[in-house]
Each structure stands twice: as structure tokens, then as C-alpha cells.
Design a protein around this ligand. Structure first.
Ligand SMILES: Nc1nc2c(CCNCC3CCCCC3)c3[nH]c(NCCc4ccccc4)nc3cc2c(=O)[nH]1
Length: 376
């Protein structure tokens, strides 16, 4: 997997690049829509390509492992063949999903045991096991098995957890480097920096991760409730240590404001469930600001959802109509709102790319953030 940096912003760490995988090219900075059970909720593959202009999507190791299960995915020839997405896919390693979905998990040196949130059956995720799972899913980019520490987190716990994550990373690399790709195209493994919000631990973790010399690196352990300023300070510290010629992926982030700030700090890849989750609750991100479409004020506003954004749903349907669908709990409402928010997130990173190439990203960021985060 190749990463080529194209433009850099003179007044920040922002840069644009191209990531080439066996399933095609990814222009960075990029936002990666999150799929869960093998689909980006309520959105068709064609819409993802033509309207959202998604370039890479996330698969969900935890969910896919439990349902439909590995044998179905293997028989299908991997997730790309199963869900018809023939562009790049990234899968997380499952540890975070166990942490956020299954309240019956136990963390041990060997791995994490948990009960399925679907049928209560007992399972264990180990570094070796999640490498095999991600090989079977066929993700172009696989994530190392890590522990995402909560916030706040005792220094002692953060350190022992980080050290275990480093031992797990070594086990992931050994397993990954000794097993072949299953479906004829190359896969790559990204390690994940931890260390909570402690300067010394973050430096140690970033140095250990950088030493592995992998094709890309991720920043984990953030967007777990810490103040935004803590997040930004940690990103700055870690990015000063991670190699600048490899893509940097900030996991689970975030709001439009978080994303623009992190781009200025040198982050290239983002994922978050916020666009699709907010959409299902009627909270829309638009080029004019944030709209809660269920609000009375849109009752007879027949203007398009987001004229400036372009894209099918944003220009074809009115605010009043979408409000009606959401209040009637019509499935089409969730579909339109999801399309709006995902198209917005991809539009936002595209705007950022253009501003970086134009050399005025740092100036543009401030005004744009103010406009996008205002509640209409
Ligand atoms: N390995 C790993 N994953 C992390 C994730 C999951 C990233 N999304 C995966 C994706 C795979 C497919 C299914 C969905 C998830 C994080 N997400 C967040 N914050 C989200 C904060 C948030 C934001 C909006 C709404 C809910 C939660 N912090 C994260 C830290 C880590 C981490 O250290 N290690």
C-alpha cells in the first residue's frame, strides 16, 4: 500500500495525499462511513458511490464475526463480494466494539472474553484470532488488537494497559506477517497508539508504534469523553513522533469541528458513527449549519434540505417533507437523513483538501467551523 503526500498547508500540519490499495485510490484527508452489519445503515452501495462519493468504508469485525459469521463470509469470498462494495474497506479489530457493546467482557493477557450481545454465547478475542477474522473479512486495512482505555483513567491503569496493548501488537504483527491474504489482494495492518491523555505514556506508545514501521498508523484512546483540548494536545504530541510519510488515522472522530482541527494537526483518516447515528435522530449536518429537522420551524419550509451540498437527497427533497417522514418514523426518512449527513462529511473533507491545495486551509478552517457548528 502506497501513500503519497501532494500538498501541505504553509500555516498548519495539514496535508493532502493519495493512499493506493488493491481496491483503488483514497484521497486524504478522508472520512470513512461506518458500516455495521455489513452495510452503512440505510444506504445503498450505489448511493454510497454516486451521492456520498465514499471512497472507503468501515466493516465491523465484532458484528460480522457474530453474524453472519466467518464461514458465510469465507464462502462469499470476503466482505467485498458479500456486500458488493468493490472499493477499499477498513475493519477495526473488535476490541473497542466489545468494550462498547458487551458488558460481560473480561480482559486478560491472552485476550478479551465476552458474551455475544445477540444470543449470550461466550467468545474470546485474541490478537491472533482477530488477525484471522480480519483476514477472512478481507479488509484492505486491518487494525491491531488493542485496549482503548476509558476517560478519565488512572495513570497506573493507563500504563499497564498500554504495555499490554504493545505486547498484543507484537503478537498481531507476528500473526499477520505469517498468514497469507485469502482472496488474492494485499491487506495491510495499522498499529494503534494508546496511553490515555498522559504525555509520557503517549510518547512511549507513539515511539513503540513508529518503530514497527508499518504502512499506516492509528491514534486510539481518544473521543472517549476527554475535553477537546486534551484530544488536540494528544494528537499534536503523537503526530510529532509518528512518521510524517505514512497516513495517520484518528479513530472514532468526530464532529465537523474536531475533524477540521485534527486535519490542521496532520491527521489524514477519520471514522465516526455520528453522521448516521445523528441522522436517525433527525439531527442534520448541512453546509449552512446544524438542523434538528423534527423542530416545528421546518413544518412548512419547502426549500431543499441542503441546496449548496448538491447530491440527490439534499436537493430533491424539502425540509418540510423530511420533517414529516421523520415524525412519521418512515424508513425513507432515515435513508434521506443518512445520505444528507454522509454526503456532508465527505463534502467537508473534500473542501478541506481543496483549501490545503489552495494554501489557505488554516484561515478557512476558523470561519467554516463557526458556520457549520451553528444551530439553525
Ligand atoms: N480499536 C480501537 N477503536 C477505537 C474506536 C472505534 C473506531 N470506530 C470503529 C467502527 C467500526 C465499525 C462499527 C462502528 C465503529 C473509537 N471510537 C471512539 N470514539 C467514538 C465516539 C463516538 C462518537 C459518536 C457516537 C458514538 C461514539 N474512540 C475510539 C478509540 C478506539 C481505540 O482506541 N481502538
Amino acid at each position: 500500500m502506497q501513500f503519497t503526500i501532494q500538498a501541505t498547508d504553509p500555516e498548519s500540519k495539514a496535508r493532502t495525499g493519495v493512499l493506493s490499495t488493491d481496491h483503488g485510490l483514497i484521497e486524504t484527508p478522508i472520512f470513512m462511513p461506518v458500516g455495521t452489519a455489513g452495510t452503512v445503515k440505510a444506504v445503498h452501495q450505489r448511493e454510497l458511490v454516486e451521492d456520498v462519493r465514499a471512497e472507503i468504508i468501515l466493516g465491523n469485525t465484532y458484528h460480522l464475526y457474530l453474524r453472519p459469521g466467518l464461514s458465510v463470509l469465507e464462502k462469499a469470498g470476503g466482505l467485498h463480494r458479500f456486500n458488493g462494495w468493490n472499493r477499499p474497506i477498513l475493519t477495526d479489530s473488535g476490541g473497542y466494539q466489545v468494550y462498547s457493546l458487551s458488558n460481560t467482557r473480561k480482559i486478560k493477557e491472552d485476550g478479551v472474553t465476552f458474551k455475544s450481545h445477540i444470543d449470550g454465547s461466550k467468545h474470546i478475542f485474541t490478537p491472533e484470532g482477530v488477525m484471522d477474522i480480519q483476514r477472512t473479512i478481507g479488509a484492505d486495512i486491518m487494525m491491531a488488537f488493542d485496549e482503548c482505555t476509558p476517560y478519565p483513567c488512572e495513570y497506573g491503569y493507563a500504563r499497564t494497559s498500554m504495555e499490554m496493548t504493545h505486547r498484543w501488537l507484537t503478537r498481531c504483527i507476528e500473526r499477520f506477517d505469517s498468514t497469507p491474504a485469502k482472496y488474492g489482494y494485499q491487506q495491510t495492518l495499522f498499529p494503534i497508539v494508546q496511553g490515555s491523555t498522559y504525555k509520557d505514556l503517549r510518547q512511549q506508545s507513539a515511539e513503540f508504534v513508529a518503530e514497527q514501521q508499518r504502512e499506516g498508523n492509528a491514534i486510539g484512546g481518544l473521543a472517549v469523553g476527554e475535553p477537546a483540548e486534551e484530544m488536540y494536545k494528544t494528537i499534536e504530541l503523537v503526530n510529532a513522533i509518528l512518521p510524517s510519510d505514512k497516513p495517520r488515522y484518528l479513530m472514532g472522530v468526530g464532529t465537523p469541528e474536531n475533524i477540521l482541527e485534527a486535519i490542521a494537526l496532520g491527521v489524514d483518516m477519520f471514522d465516526c458513527v455520528m453522521p448516521t447515528r445523528n441522522a436517525r435522530h433527525g439531527v442534520l449536518f448541512t453546509t449552512q449549519g446544524i438542523i434538528n429537522i423534527k423542530n416545528e420551524r421546518w413544518k412548512d419550509d419547502f426549500s431543499p434540505i441542503d441546496e449548496e451540498l448538491g447530491g440527490y437527497a439534499s436537493t430533491f427533497y424539502s425540509k418540510a417533507y423530511l420533517r414529516h417522514l421523520m415524525r412519521s418514523e418512515e424508513i425513507l426518512g432515515a435513508q434521506i437523513a443518512s445520505l444528507q449527513n454522509l454526503t456532508f462529511y465527505l463534502w467537508l473533507v473534500k473542501q478541506a483538501r481543496q483549501q490545503i491545495i489552495g494554501g489557505n486551509f488554516a484561515k478557512w478552517k476558523g470561519a467554516m467551523t463557526k458556520k457549520l457548528m451553528q444551530r439553525l
